[in-house]
Design a protein around this ligand. Structure first.
Ligand SMILES: NC(=O)c1ccc[n+]([C@@H]2O[C@H](COP(=O)([O-])OP(=O)(O)OC[C@H]3O[C@@H](n4cnc5c(N)ncnc54)[C@H](O)[C@@H]3O)[C@@H](O)[C@H]2O)c1
Length: 244
């Protein structure tokens, strides 16, 4: 039996990078996967895969989340897994960040996962089981000059714990992954500088950058029933970078 046989999963930001890696692995393991994303073009591509249903969603919208969760539940009869993965990043210097920058970052990266849990957890609670995996970042744990991005990922860390304690008694588990630098379109600019890339690899104990599959494998474990006694937990996947 495959590890997600008969499960219905939602992966936000499922049209690119880490999210796309999770969509592929979850389908391989027997799930029906809704790839939710704001990018129409990428969604259309994602929808061509078997057992993948691309649906448009702006995770920063409370109203869109409410309608989306109902639509998924009506269409597939249940929701077993939610991965809050959609996000944006920024390397803007501290002194240049204004309130608009802050609000945009926190709306997508912070409110997005919050609203996802708010609207999806009740469907999970109704069946007394469900697994939510939130994608934070190693920058929530150590200072790396990412400023408001780090703050938004710190919000993910804290809200995961809050949700784990709020929904645990209804059978809904909530865990958090902290990726290091993973090779995706979000970090594509790094590979344009061979020197910077070399320095980052040198600085990583396991001597390589991460791949979407590194995160997908951990998400698979947390999404599956193999982790049925794990909630409120945190897993860093960064090749040892933040252990130093
Ligand atoms: N790549 C890394 O090194 C790294 C490291 C740590 C954490 N992360 C986190 O992993 C997650 C995925 O990152 P990635 O590297 O795959 O990035 P990516 O840019 O390849 O993919 C992000 C996806 O999110 C979607 N998205 C953006 N805003 C959205 C919105 N408002 N509503 C719905 N979808 C939206 C994009 O369209 C895109 O498909 C992000 O939360 C990111 O912060 C990435």
């Amino acid at each position: 039996m495959r590890r997600l046989e008969n499960k219905v999963a939602i992966v936000t930001g499922g049209a690119s990078g880490i999210g796309a890696g999770m969509v592929d692995l979850f389908v391989q393991e027997g799930a029906i996967v809704v790839a939710a994303d704001i990018n129409d073009e990428a969604l259309e591509k994602a929808s061509q895969k078997e057992n993948v249903y691309g649906m448009k969603l702006n995770v920063a919208s409370d109203e869109e989340w409410e309608a989306f969760a109902k639509e998924v539940n009506d269409r597939f009869g249940k929701i077993d897994i939610l991965v809050n993965n959609a996000g944006i990043s920024s390397e803007k210097p501290y002194q240049e960040i204004n309130l608009d920058d802050w609000q945009k970052m926190l709306s997508i990266n912070g409110f997005g996962p919050f609203a996802g849990i708010k609207h999806v957890a009740p469907y999970m609670a109704a069946q007394n089981q469900g697994s939510i995996v939130n994608i934070s970042s190693y920058t929530a744990q150590i200072g790396q000059g990412f400023n408001h991005y780090s703050a938004s990922k710190g919000a993910v860390r804290a809200l995961s714990k809050a949700a784990a304690t709020t929904f645990g008694h209804q059978g809904v588990r909530v865990n958090t992954l902290f990726p290091g630098i993973i090779e995706t379109p979000m970090t594509a600019s790094l590979s344009t500088s061979k020197e910077l890339l070399g320095r980052l690899i040198q600085a990583t104990p396991l001597q390589r950058l991460g791949k979407p599959a590194d995160i997908a494998n951990a998400a698979l474990f947390l999404a599956s029933d193999e982790s049925s006694y794990i909630t409120g937990s945190e897993l860093v996947i960064d090749g040892g970078f933040s252990a130093q």
